[in-house]
Write a protein of this length. Structure first.
Length: 190
């Protein structure tokens, strides 16, 4: 499908704003980030940020959705890189995601306990948009894999389950993500 100029422009704006937010989060905690800070970091007006996300919570939700999409992308890339090795693919995909999440400043803010309770809601009670985003991308990767030979229904079920499991580990991280990646891969291979 070909994107229009307006779609590409909006995507560029959205990514620029989310990148600006990430840059700010590397410098300060989420509780100290204002919409005007995101606007200044991105070179746009505060109203532009509000127009794109609606609210501070909407901005946080969009940022979290982008993280969830990264999960699906990591697993999809690992599937392509490990033909006929589902255990290796899942292990590497989860390990890459968990490593990336552990370094993310929004997640660090959330886990430090300094963040607004809205952040915790994003990955717990309000996680449906995150699950949907990641599960749809992961479903495509599983269903399109040349070597998995998985039915569309199985790919959908597995994608939603993997996404829910991975997000639960973001909310309550274990001592070692590498062990979790290996455990999840082994469990799903069975």
């Amino acid at each position: 499908m070909t994107r229009t100029y307006a779609q590409a422009s909006r995507e560029l704006l959205r990514n620029s704003l989310l990148d600006g937010l990430r840059g700010l989060l590397l410098e300060r905690d989420w509780s100290a980030v204002r919409m005007s800070d995101v606007a200044a970091a991105s070179g746009v007006s505060r109203q532009t940020v509000y127009n794109e996300f609606g609210s501070r919570y909407g901005l946080a939700q969009a940022y979290a959705q982008r993280l969830a999409a990264h999960l699906a992308a990591f697993v999809g890339t690992a599937l392509d890189g490990h033909p006929n090795d589902v255990l290796g693919a899942l292990h590497d995909g989860f390990a890459e995601f968990f490593t990336d999440v552990a370094l993310d400043p929004m997640i660090a803010s959330l886990l430090a306990g300094d963040a607004n309770p809205d952040l915790l809601r994003l990955i717990t009670t309000d996680a449906a948009p995150l699950i949907t985003t990641a599960a749809e991308i992961l479903h495509g990767a599983l269903a399109d894999s040349a070597w998995l030979s998985m039915s569309d229904d199985d790919a959908e079920r597995i994608a939603r389950t993997l996404t829910r499991m991975a997000l639960s580990y973001v909310a309550m991280p274990p001592e070692g993500y590498r062990n979790v990646a290996a455990d999840m891969a082994a469990l799903l291979r069975s």
